[in-house]
Design a protein around this ligand. Structure first.
Ligand code: NAP
Ligand code: G4F
Length: 334
């Protein structure tokens, strides 16, 4: 791989699970890293995942820069890109919760779909030759039969999936129309101890830890039959970076190729905490979706072959990693 020291990257969604791991990776490679962070009424609320790498703005040698902004603000994006002149841009910003997208479809489309095209247009307007990574998703496949690969037909099943499909095709279209180096990573579910607490894996591992500590007795879940191909988030951010180091802008499925049901994940997580999941998991209709994506299992052959990226952590080890982290956090306290 080429020398990356002195390169500049811009990450939208830097405060999220993937954004925080990607920022760490790029800083370790010598990049100057800029991230867009949303305005909140509280100073620290949405930057807790960046605590480990935060640098005081008064430090002269710092390489991490956080900019207040939002992907719903087109002018901000143009100005920021003109000022920073990034070599690489990672568009990770999204309203990324599938269930929430049914309640907030308009908002989800504005951020997740239009945010992407605003960013592409901002790069075009600035005249800068930045390489762009778009965070596409297996949710775009919806009901398509597994294993899903780059040529599988899309059939999204949620406002989020529809919004991401717009962003995906916008990325392809800007590449084909303007010759931009814009590539989509069609990532299957990836998790970590930094996963938001309302996604099912973290909801389960956090509950298992709290129940084992005697703090709670039950956790309420929706569809236990859904099958997901769960991988480990830090490995997926490595794939994103590798895609932008490739000779050509190419779209890739990023997946482990192995999958399990939500029930399997709950069983493994609770067992690792010394518990029987059947004693603690209850059903609640509230967590069912108007339309479900039944089975996502990715075929990562293309990225393994062309980029040399291969998932190492699979869902059962992931469950153990996340339970251990949630149990340790309880020992240390908030
Ligand atoms: P995440 O934890 O939900 O992070 C989303 C990020 O987007 C957060 O930093 C969030 O800021 C930011 N954001 C939301 N609305 C924004 C707006 N209007 N303007 C600017 N920033 C905004 O998601 P993730 O798991 O890290 O995923 C990263 C990306 O990959 C997302 O686009 C997601 O849809 C996509 N993806 C994820 C997976 C997965 O399994 N994790 C799989 C496929 C694709 P706050 O911190 O302020 O909320
Ligand atoms: O953890 P989830 O909410 O993830 P989902 O819907 O697969 O979406 C995640 O992965 C996508 C990639 O395919 C990303 F694009 C997206 O941004 C997000 O990161 O739900 C996983 C499965 C679903 O089938 C859901 O119906 O778990 C089922 N589930 C069962 N009970 C539940 C629950 N999901 C949640 N969030 N909460 C439950 O109580």
């Amino acid at each position: 791989m080429s020398d990356t020291t002195g390169r500049t990257a811009l990450i939208t969604g830097i405060s999220g699970q993937d954004g925080s791991y990607l920022a760490e990776l790029l800083l370790a490679k010598g990049y100057q890293v800029h991230g867009i962070v949303r305005h909140t009424s509280s100073l620290i609320a949405n930057t807790s995942r960046l605590d480990m790498i935060y640098q005081d703005p008064h430090e002269t040698e710092r390489r991490l820069f956080l900019h207040k902004g939002d992907v719903t603000d087109a002018g901000l994006l143009v100005n920021l890109i003109r000022d920073i002149r990034p070599d690489e841009i990672y568009n990770l910003a999204a309203q990324s919760h599938v269930r929430v997208s049914f309640d907030l479809p308009d908002y989800t489309a504005n951020v997740t779909a239009l945010g992407a095209i605003r960013l592409l247009e901002a790069v075009r307007a600035s005249g800068i030759e930045a390489r762009i990574y778009q965070a596409s998703t297996s949710e775009m496949f919806g009901t398509a039969a597994p294993p899903q690969h780059e040529s599988t037909a899309f059939h999204p099943r949620s406002p989020y999936g529809v919004a991401k499909l717009f962003a995906h095709w916008a990325t392809v279209n800007y590449r084909e129309s303007y010759g931009m180096f814009a590539a989509s990573g069609i990532a299957f579910n990836h998790e970590s101890p930094r996963r938001g607490e309302t996604f099912v894996t973290r909801k389960i591992t956090r509950a298992a830890a709290r129940i084992a500590a005697g703090l709670e007795k039950k956790v309420y879940l929706g569809n236990l039959d859904a099958v997901r191909d769960w991988g480990y988030a830090p490995e997926y951010t490595e794939a994103m970076w590798r895609m932008l180091q490739h000779d050509e802008p190419v779209d890739y499925v990023i997946a482990t190729g192995r999958a399990a049901t939500v029930r399997d994940f709950a069983e493994a997580a609770f067992a690792h905490a010394g518990l029987d999941w059947r004693d603690h998991v209850e059903h609640d209709d509230r967590y069912e979706r108007p339309a479900e994506v039944p089975e996502l299992v990715g075929d990562p052959a293309k990225i393994e072959r062309e980029i040399g990226w291969k998932a190492r952590v699979h869902w059962d080890e992931l469950a153990r990693i996340m339970v251990d982290a949630d149990r340790n956090a309880l020992r240390i306290g908030p």
